[in-house]
Structure formats: C-alpha cells, structure tokens
Design a protein around this ligand. Structure first.
Ligand SMILES: C[S@@+](CC[C@H](N)C(=O)[O-])C[C@H]1O[C@@H](n2cnc3c(N)ncnc32)[C@H](O)[C@@H]1O
Length: 231
C-alpha cells in the first residue's frame, strides 16, 4: 500500500466511530435522501450483483439491500469503517444480502464484467489514483452496467457559494473539533471537496475512461452531484 493510501486508511480508521453521527450533523441528514436516490436509479436496471465501493459504514449497501434478489458487496480499505458497517448489518439481519470486504478501488480482486452496478458515495475524491480506480471499475462492470457516483461539488450561484463556504469553513470544522477524534480529518474533507473536479470536468474524466451516456443531477444547489454513467 502506498504512503498516501495508508494515510487515508488511518484517517478514516480514526473517525469511524463518530462518522455517521457527524455526517448527519454536517449534511442535516440530507445525504440519506441522496443515497436513496442511488438505490432508485440502481433498481431500474433490475441488478443481481452490485459493488458499493468506498462503502465506509455501509449506508449505501444497506439501502441497496432493499432491492430483491440482489447481492451487494461493500468494499473499503478502512477496517474500522467496515467494523461499524458490519455491526449495522448484523443488527439489521442483512448478512444474507451484504458482504463486506477490505479492498482498494485501485486494485479490485474481482473478475472482469461481473457487476451490474457500481455505486460510490463520497468516495472518489479520496482515491489516490482516480483514473486507475475508474479503469478498475470499468473492468469489473458488465457491458451496459451502471456506475453511480454521489460526490461533493461546488454551487455555481455566488450567494449560495458564499453560504456553502461559511458552512464548510466554519460549521464543518467546528463540528469536527467538538465531536471528532481527529478534527484535522474534517479540514482535509473540506479542502478535498474544494479541489476535486466536478460537473463537466468530472464528466470529461469519465468519458476518457470510455464511460458513455453520462448524466448528472445536482443536489442542494450544487453542494453535491449524482453522476450516472454506462459502460
Ligand atoms: C467519506 S467516506 C464515505 C463512506 C460512505 N460511502 C458514505 O457515503 O457515507 C469515504 C470512504 O472512502 C474510502 N476510501 C478511501 N480511499 C479509498 C480507496 N482507494 N478505495 C476504496 N475506498 C476508499 C474511505 O476509507 C472511506 O470509508
């Protein structure tokens, strides 16, 4: 594992216990609604096998388990995030539907063309090598399979962007300082959201990897975006 990947893993390990609680505080619970949207898009393809990459504490994998006759594999490098996710899966009795495995987007252990859908919630901006990871996802997706990504973006309206900046620079950092084991992690999450490509720039990268029929839906005036792309 590269040093950057290891630092990333350690960072997510360190915030795993309070991650769900802080995520709800930061987004005022809105992320749950957007994760449900990922499920409704997935459902339309009648999938049998879904990979939830960067699954973290498994929120999206758990939502996806409402799809009938579908197996979900959740993958994440952070063993501590997975531990929290596994507890939730055990409590909900979802072990038949969801399997969690430790792994990295850059090197997936799965055969070519086995997943109908790959979902990623707030994960891609943490990938050390974004293009290699997207190539791996392309490889494991079946022909016409869907990649669905929920990621932070920046609002284009100047007034909304000002409110967004105050929210992320002040509120997110204060919440991180009060409630997190590792407040620096929330500084990183805020700054990575500012520098990560979004909108047309991100769509261009997906096209380079050869994804097609790409569409995007902005959420909360552009604070997050859902991208849907086909292999
Ligand atoms: C912000 S959390 C998102 C978790 C969850 N998907 C959600 O929406 O709440 C980002 C996750 O990406 C994972 N991650 C970081 N680098 C990764 C990589 N190279 N491959 C796969 N997952 C990665 C982290 O361990 C972390 O659990």
């Amino acid at each position: 594992m590269s040093k950057k990947n290891n630092d990333n893993k350690e960072m997510f390990d360190s915030i795993s216990k309070e991650y769900d609680f802080i995520n709800n505080l930061i987004t005022f619970g809105a992320h749950n609604k957007w994760k449900k949207k990922i499920v409704s898009i997935s459902k339309k393809t009648n999938p049998k096998k879904i990979l939830d990459l960067a699954t973290g504490t498994s929120d999206i994998a758990i939502e996806l388990s409402s799809i009938k006759n579908c197996k979900i594999i959740g993958v994440d490098p952070s063993s501590k995030m997975l531990e929290v996710g596994q507890k939730k899966i055990n409590n909900l009795n979802l072990n038949e539907n969801i399997l969690l495995e430790q792994g990295d987007a850059e090197k997936l252990k799965y055969n070519n063309e086995i997943f109908d859908v790959v979902t990623i919630g707030y994960g891609v901006r943490n990938f050390t090598n974004l293009k290699n990871s997207l190539k791996e996802i392309y490889r494991v997706l079946k022909k016409d399979g869907l990649l669905i990504i929920l990621e932070t973006s920046l609002p284009s309206n100047p007034l909304v962007r000002l409110i967004y900046n105050i929210h992320t620079k002040l509120y997110v950092r204060i919440v991180g300082k009060i409630f997190s084991n590792n407040p620096n992690a929330y500084g990183y999450l805020e700054s990575s959201a500012k520098t990560f490509p979004y909108g047309e720039d991100f769509i261009k990268i997906l096209r380079e990897i050869k994804f097609k029929d790409i569409r995007s839906e902005i959420k909360l005036f552009g604070a997050s975006t859902i991208y849907v792309a086909k292999k």
